[in-house]
Design a protein around this ligand. Structure first.
Ligand code: BG6
Length: 474
């Protein structure tokens, strides 16, 4: 069985990492605009350091990003040239509701996205739209404390309803919240949360998670009401955990760490809290406020498909001393000596993708969608500006072979594949431009210098042929 002829091949970006124009067209700041490059980025992302205004002594890469705000049409033209069937993008919440709590949306923001959808339609490219990709308007953080407040359910729902209604007919595939489990690892990035003195951090994070889960269910419900054609997905920062050794306690640790992510998807796909989570709340005395009716809301709107990002697998142990050889940057992981690593220490594991697909399909029995996968690498253009990125082609080829095996040999249902950063963009974890994922090179460096000129890399023509052959010619 080959891939379905309607398999959705394409690429993915997020508003905050490509658009720039953060104060243009009535937009106001959101959390992610305030993540600086450099040392303080980590503490700000963790919610350990408050930085709700730009500071003179820091550089904020999201301010201009790759200026897609002004260059969208040309960039979509390039995606079309590669033969994209789908383009995953996100809406900037604060472009549509600059403060987040207004009743009326910012028309200029809506028109901006409408133009993009019209252009995609012209090229027969299906949009896959993330409603919130690491995006909380700063006013909602200052005024309400971000997703720690129940009020965010109402504001997000109003935002979701507005875009679902306005873009009906243009958009059919929706994702409610990007990498929803990142909230536990980067609370400011995932939820606009800044910790206060005396906070029980675990309680604050899981309370915010409850709010996001209720909001996500309400959006899913609404999406189906607005247009029964709509297909709504949840989105997991994927990649399974391996036990460092075959000691049973290491395997138990791997199960526990997988569950930190599955927790969200269990609720979104099955419509109720899993027992292990309720037990955790009880045993750790986390007082999670749930309102009457929340259980019904969660039960009423399971998602239609499960999407996830996949860059690497992770290795964990029950023994702290094993972490001396740690790697990666968001999730703590022990270096796996059986796998090569990227320049950023992310371990390359194509078979891990096939295994993840099988685990997710066994668990949820719903169609899957790989909405992020790719290699962040340093590209060095030659004297003509050309990048021969054979290493990227090799990485993608191995991962495509892996997901094809999951479909063709294991029988997993897979809707599509969107590579991350189909055009070079700002890296979420580090803020660097030098961590490049694209088929298209963007002339911009880590300090914000460069012409923003776009140049096709070697992988551009390679991916074009992959799509044209529906994954047969790798
Ligand atoms: C995911 C995010 O975490 O991974 C993206 O959804 C992000 O926003 C991507 O860019 C890759 O991570 P990074 O840090 O290399 O940009």
């Amino acid at each position: 069985m080959a891939l379905d002829k309607n398999f959705l091949w394409g690429g993915a970006t997020a508003a905050n990492q490509v658009e720039g124009g953060v104060l243009a067209g009535g937009r106001k700041l959101s959390n992610i605009d305030l993540l600086p490059c450099g040392e303080d980025r980590k503490a700000v992302g963790l919610g350990e350091m408050e930085m709700l205004e730009w500071r003179e002594d820091h550089y904020y890469p999201a301010k201009e990003a790759i200026d897609m705000y002004h260059r969208y049409l040309d960039d979509i033209q390039l995606f079309a040239e590669m033969g994209f069937k789908v383009y995953r993008m996100s809406l900037s919440w604060s472009r549509i509701f600059p403060n987040g709590d207004e009743l009326e949306p910012n028309e200029e923001g809506l028109v901006f996205y409408e133009t993009i959808f019209q252009e995609l339609k012209r090229h027969n490219i299906e949009p896959l739209v993330t409603i919130a990709h690491f995006d909380v308007p700063v006013h909602l953080i200052k005024e309400y404390g971000g997703w720690r407040s129940r009020k965010l359910v109402k504001f997000y729902s109003h935002y979701a309803e507005t875009v679902l209604k306005r873009f009906k007919g243009y958009v059919k595939y929706w994702l409610t919240i990007n990498e929803i489990n990142i909230l536990l690892h980067q609370p400011f990035v995932g939820g606009g949360i800044i910790f206060r003195e005396g906070d029980n951090k675990e309680e604050v994070k899981y309370q915010a998670a409850h709010h996001q889960l209720v909001a996500s269910a309400l959006a899913t419900k609404m999406a189906h009401e607005v247009d029964p054609e709509n297909q709504v997905g949840c989105m997991l920062a994927g990649g399974s955990h391996y036990p460092y050794t075959c000691r049973p306690e290491d395997y138990q640790e791997a199960i526990k760490r997988d569950r930190e992510g599955y927790f969200f998807i269990d609720v979104q796909a099955r419509g109720k809290y899993p027992n292990y989570a309720l037990k955790k709340f009880e045993q750790e005395r986390l007082r999670i406020q749930m309102e009457a009716g929340d259980e019904e809301i969660l039960a009423s709107a399971p998602v239609d498909f499960v999407s996830f990002s996949y860059y690497c697998s992770r290795t964990v142990s029950a023994h702290a001393e094993d972490y001396q050889q740690a790697t990666g940057n968001i999730f703590a992981s022990i270096k796996n000596e059986h796998l090569p690593s990227t320049e950023w220490g992310w371990q390359i594991d194509p078979l891990g993708l096939r295994n993840s697909l099988n685990q997710l399909y066994d668990r949820y029995q719903k169609p899957l969608f790989i909405v992020e996968n790719g290699l962040g690498a340093v590209d060095v253009p030659d004297e003509n500006g050309y990048v021969a990125d054979d290493y990227r082609i090799d990485y993608l080829k191995q991962h495509i072979e892996a997901f094809k095996a999951a479909v063709e040999i294991d029988g997993v249902e897979l809707l599509g594949y969107t590579t991350w950063g189909c055009i070079d963009l700002v890296a979420a974890s580090t803020g660097q431009m030098s961590k490049r994922y694209g088929f298209i090179y963007v002339d911009r460096d880590d300090q914000g210098n460069g012409t923003m000129k776009r140049t096709k890399k070697k992988s551009f023509d390679w991916y074009k042929q992959v799509i044209a052959s529906n994954g047969e010619q790798l």
